[in-house]
Design a binder for this molecule. Structure first.
Ligand SMILES: *Cc1c(COP(=O)(O)O)cnc(C)c1O
Length: 213
């Protein structure tokens, strides 16, 4: 997997090491992620706060330098747990969450990396701020709440050609001055790297098929 990421960086004319591979460990038990930790991998993703709380404190105590990424929806009543456990939160998608995070960050002094999730396909059932509202949410977060937002994340609609979504996210990020782009999963991370992804979130291609998302 690391070799495929490296090859995609090279093919896109991007510097080696410019893309970080987030190994998405949802549904994988602790013993399933230990081999990667032993091999030195440190970036991992989870989409449920509760599952992460059950799995990661012990692993983080055992392996130094782990960076845990929240890639699933965050409820405002879970922000305390999320800020204390996660090193990056990719899924800020509304003011209420941004505000709750700002409060928790001020209270604890802990400041995970923060990304805004964009619903690039404007799908009604999907998390993420709709494209028309990204600018307002980002400026509210940065200016009013003093959050150090660093990037954007998206999950393109399953039925769509992904490239236009990745290109769109990259364009919005550039306009807003964001350097971090979380996009690309098992089936499309090479395309995402061609369009500027700095984080790719890969689950099944590393751990095999899951029974749920
Ligand atoms: C599950 C998940 C992934 C990984 O998906 P795969 O297709 O298994 O690589 C990436 N991003 C998010 C937000 C996910 O929930």
């Amino acid at each position: 997997m690391k070799a495929r990421v490296a090859e995609a960086e090279r093919a896109a004319g991007r510097p080696a090491g410019s893309v970080r591979l987030v190994a998405v460990a949802k549904t994988v038990p602790a013993e399933g992620v230990v081999p990667l930790l032993e091999a030195g991998h440190r970036d991992f993703g989870e989409n449920r706060v509760q599952e992460a709380e059950a799995k990661w404190p012990a692993l983080k105590a055992r392996y130094s330098g782990v960076r845990l990424h929240l890639i699933g929806p965050l409820q405002s009543n879970k922000t305390r747990e999320a800020v204390s456990l996660f090193d990056a939160i990719h899924t800020i998608d509304r003011e209420k969450i941004a505000r709750a995070l700002a409060t928790e960050i001020a209270r604890t002094g802990r400041s995970p990396e923060l990304l805004v999730q964009v619903n690039t396909g404007a799908e009604p059932q999907k998390a993420g701020v709709i494209p028309e509202e990204v600018t307002a949410l980002a400026s509210h977060g940065r200016v009013d709440l003093k959050l150090s937002l660093t990037g954007l994340m998206c999950i393109p609609p399953a039925a769509d050609v992904v490239a236009p979504h990745f290109a769109f996210l990259a364009k919005v990020a550039q306009r807003l001055g964001f350097g971090t782009l979380s996009m690309g999963m098992s089936g499309d991370f090479e395309t995402a790297i061609a369009f500027g992804a700095t984080y790719v979130r890969v689950g099944t291609a590393i751990f095999g098929a899951r029974t749920r998302n």
